[in-house]
Design a protein around this ligand. Structure first.
Ligand code: FES
Length: 317
């Protein structure tokens, strides 16, 4: 039986790019110290800061919240979790359940924002009315609600559960499309724009997807194993993911190199053109004119709902 390279206890994981076996406890410590190093190196969160962690009920956001909650005691910051109920039938019910159990197990305050309750419509209705694919409307709605929550709650940063595999695949895809502006958005953090947008941080930037999965299993975290029924498997992304995994098999540590190099060079990529302004309806970030959230909700529900969302969070601040 393989033994932990640190303490000699039975091993549960082999880290190929470090040629180390780890037992359960040292595995959890390995992932936590990766996240802690990212936080320190990139100054993602500091002592006394308030961080809003977006949770979806999935494995990555469960790992994110668990690791942040442990590190918050060590570093001295505060974590609040936000779950957005998207109104996607059974899937949303189960993911809400998993998020509530997770937050209570970790003893982290959780805010549940229910689209159906606040707007009177969920993602299926908004997608139908706007004639856009559910995933694209969903991404836009989540970005809006998370930012509105962060602005109204007055937090210092929003933490997202993107892992190293997500970043490596999007980086490669954007490079193949020569979409250099998209690459400029793949850094470890974005800066806040006072009153308009709160900066986002990616504490799992250097954590592989399978490392995040194993962490959530070994730490006994509740998470939902099924995927959203609307998930779109874009063929190119599936193939790129396979390719990156095959390369990682041949060259252990390749994903880590990809994201480390990107983190160093991301500032050199051109930023998206267009002015950064305020949406005339809700006052939050817009790249010109009314923001997408206010536009889509105006079309679907007869009025822009950004102010309603802001007010909902303002009452909870
Ligand atoms: Fe957003 Fe599936 S979680 S469309």
């Amino acid at each position: 039986m393989a033994r932990c390279s640190v303490c000699g206890a039975p091993a549960v994981a082999y880290i190929r790019y470090q040629r180390r076996y780890l037992c359960r406890d040292h595995y959890l410590e390995f992932v936590e110290s990766k996240v802690e190093r990212a936080i320190m190196r990139h100054r993602l969160v500091g002592k006394g800061d308030r961080v809003l962690a977006a949770v979806s009920g999935g494995k990555d956001s469960s790992t994110l919240l668990a690791v942040l909650s442990r590190l918050s005691r060590r570093i001295g910051f505060h974590v609040v979790a936000l779950y957005i109920h998207l109104g996607i039938y059974e899937y949303s019910e189960k993911s809400r359940e998993a998020s509530i159990r997770l937050a209570s197990q970790l003893d982290v305050p959780l805010i549940v924002f229910d689209l159906n309750e606040v707007l009177g419509a969920g993602i299926p209705e908004l997608a139908k009315a706007s004639k856009r694919p559910p995933c694209s409307v969903c991404g836009m709605v989540k970005r809006y609600v998370i930012n509105a929550a962060a602005v109204e709650l007055g937090v210092d940063a929003v933490a997202l559960g993107h892992n190293a595999d997500d970043i490596a695949v999007y980086n490669l895809k954007s490079f193949l499309n020569q979409d250099l502006e998209a690459i400029s958005k793949l850094g470890v953090k974005t800066e806040s724009i006072p009153g308009v947008a709160v900066g986002r941080v990616r504490p799992l930037y250097y954590v592989y997807e399978k490392e995040s999965f194993l962490y959530s299993l070994l730490a006994g975290l509740p998470f939902l194993h099924e995927e959203c029924p609307f998930v779109e498997r874009r063929q190119m992304e599936v193939e790129l993911k396979e390719t990156v995994n095959q390369l990682e098999d041949k060259r252990p540590g390749l994903k880590l190199q990809m994201v480390s190099k990107l983190a160093k060079r991301v500032e050199d990529y051109p930023k998206p053109k267009g002015s950064i302004g305020r949406c005339p309806s809700c006052g939050l970030l817009s790249s010109g004119g009314e923001c997408s959230f206010c536009r889509v909700t105006r079309r679907a529900l007869g009025r822009p709902m950004g102010p309603v969302v802001r007010e909902w969070f303002r009452r909870r601040a």
